[in-house]
Design a binder for this molecule. Structure first.
Ligand code: COI
Length: 380
């Protein structure tokens, strides 16, 4: 008897589309609006576990209106990207972390777990089939969106006995409509994203649904996304679709790069982890930060909005930026907080002395220009 989470890539069935589409020109791409010709699906039932995976033409799914996903938000997802370098080599970036997080999200909302390596193997086949959809331009990639939903026909609430995993692909450029420019955030004190013991650390659809009304409100006030604050102290947590970093100059001249700790209310981002790891190797002196002569220390610690405001007023705030798969590294130039705009320094290229080298190091590894064991090869 195979283990319950078993997916068998050797059973993968491929049905090709009869009407392939043209890849749109890159300038016209809006983030997440274009999809490739094929998708991967794997069905699950409590009795039989995971069925044979299938690659088939991208198109509507047939689901009953009583499917639990429509009623109780039994939905989780991941986001990762495929890159194709100038020589045609196709790579993913640390995809095993996405598989592990997806399984943690599945457990949290009682959806079935699965063998992440086996799903990756099937995703590899899908990406190879769609390789002409991977843009070869800097800043562009093929966004990979796995989603897992509860499909049992039931409006009684219980863990589902039917589920479906689906992977779709979307050629993308910059996440924000203004391109690779700094973003303005609304420091939200009226709504919360997560609470202790809740689902903030999991990548489930419901976390994002509840953020849409505050995001609409932030947009009306002229900001791009919410900066979620927590508690009466207004602790920084994360941004709409990004983790958050702040660089302070400490009184002794040291630069301190801070990100809020993973306290169960923050998404453990793959890009967050990569930025931290790269910053720590800068701090150890093994990579040098250009234009930055100071010592760098890296801390995962709590930081409040009043601390940020004071540091800006004292000229000690060097920069702030968000990190995420979709957003990569996005500098922040303004935060609306308690009715006032706090202006965050950015340099003329829109970045800062800490984010610039980190961004270069990160993107180099993501695209395979800098060889690293974070690269997962799809095709050489
Ligand atoms: C990503 O950065 O890949 C995400 O999943 C954020 C998404 C809501 C666009």
């Amino acid at each position: 008897q195979p283990p319950l989470n078993h997916i068998d890539p050797s059973k993968l069935k491929i049905t090709r589309t009869a009407s392939p589409k043209e890849m749109p020109s890159l300038e016209t791409l809006k983030f997440g609006r274009n999809f490739t010709d094929h998708m991967l699906t794997v069905e699950w039932s409590l009795e039989n576990g995971w069925e044979a995976p299938e690659i088939k033409p991208y198109g509507p799914l047939q689901l009953a209106p009583s499917a639990m996903v429509f009623h109780y938000a039994q939905c989780l997802f991941e986001g990762l990207k495929a890159y194709r370098n100038k020589a045609g080599k196709i790579t993913l970036f640390r995809p095993e972390l996405n598989m592990a997080r997806m399984n943690r999200s599945a457990e949290r909302i009682a959806l079935p777990t699965f063998d992440g390596d086996a799903l990756l193997e099937c995703m590899k086949q899908l990406i190879k089939l769609e390789k002409n959809w991977i843009p070869q331009l800097d800043g562009y990639s093929l966004y990979i969106r796995p989603v897992l939903i509860g499909t049992q026909e039931s409006i009684g609430i219980s863990p589902p006995n039917r589920a479906m995993l689906c992977v779709i692909l979307s050629p993308v450029g910059p996440y924000y409509p203004d391109g690779f420019k700094p973003v303005a955030l609304h420091g939200t004190t009226e709504f919360i994203r997560a609470a202790p013991g809740g689902t903030g650390a999991y990548k489930i659809g419901a976390n994002y649904a509840q953020g849409l009304h505050p995001q609409k409100w932030a947009a009306q006030l002229g900001y791009v996304q919410n900066l979620w604050l927590s508690g009466p102290e207004h602790y920084l947590t994360e941004v709409g679709t990004m983790n958050l970093f702040v660089a302070f100059r400490q009184p002794d001249g040291t630069i301190e790069l801070v990100t809020p700790p993973l306290d169960g209310m923050i998404l453990p981002g793959v890009t967050r982890d990569s930025v931290l790891s790269l910053a720590r190797s800068h701090a150890s002196g093994s990579i040098s930060i250009d234009g930055l002569q100071s010592k760098l220390v890296v801390n995962e610690r709590a930081v409040t909005m009043p601390e940020v405001r004071e540091a800006v007023q004292a000229g000690r705030l060097i920069e702030m930026f968000g990190s995420g798969t979709a957003a990569i590294v996005s500098p922040i130039d303004k935060i609306g907080y308690m009715g006032q705009d706090i202006i965050i320094p950015v340099e003329s290229d829109g970045m800062g002395p800490v984010s610039r080298p980190l961004w270069k190091e990160l993107v180099g590894r993501q695209t395979g220009v800098i060889p690293s064991d974070w690269s997962y090869v799809v095709e050489d």
